[in-house]
Design a protein around this ligand. Structure first.
Ligand SMILES: [Cu+2]
Length: 161
């Protein structure tokens, strides 16, 4: 089980987790204590491990946004991955290529899907702690600096997407 230290640090401003990083042994943050950017709803999240160990994993999820004004997803963090990037696929048929995508702007009432063949979060240099059947935490950072964290189940490459 990965410790949600990252989320805990982000919550330091609340006082509840002040100094959590140096204390050690504190209980993992409970559901509801992780960051929730206002108006963002994430469903259907999952991480697909690569078929070949050492390759990056892909994280998929659906977003519904119903906050005030436009919001923009600027970057992603995946617990247990050295780095994560927002990717999109372009091309068609056997000529699909992926590339980093620009920040994703969402208007109130908008939905977006990160799904196989389209947008995804690519997670690089995975910790061996990320195993099928486990969970990890994904954090989206908005252009205004707000964070939105959510847990995703980890699935093996052979599982249904
Ligand atoms: Cu990718």
């Amino acid at each position: 089980m990965l410790k949600p230290l990252y989320a805990a640090l982000l919550l330091a401003g609340t006082g509840a987790f002040l100094g959590a990083c140096s204390q050690g042994g504190e209980a993992p943050a409970e559901e509801g204590e992780i960051d929730r950017a206002s108006g963002l709803e994430i469903t259907n999240g999952r991480m697909m491990l690569p078929p070949v160990a050492g390759n990056p994993a892909a994280v998929y999820f659906d977003i519904a946004y119903d906050g005030e004004g436009e919001t923009t997803i600027a970057s992603a963090y995946v617990e247990g991955a050295e780095r994560a990037e927002l990717h999109d696929m372009s091309g068609a048929g056997g000529m699909m290529t992926m590339e980093q995508m620009p920040p994703l702007a969402l208007q109130p009432g908008a939905n977006a899907s990160f799904e196989p063949g389209g947008k995804h979060v690519m997670a690089f240099d995975l910790s061996p702690d990320l195993v099928a059947g486990g969970t990890t935490e994904v954090t989206l950072t908005l252009a205004n600096g707000d964070k939105h964290s959510f847990d995703v189940p980890i699935q093996s490459a052979g599982d249904a997407r």
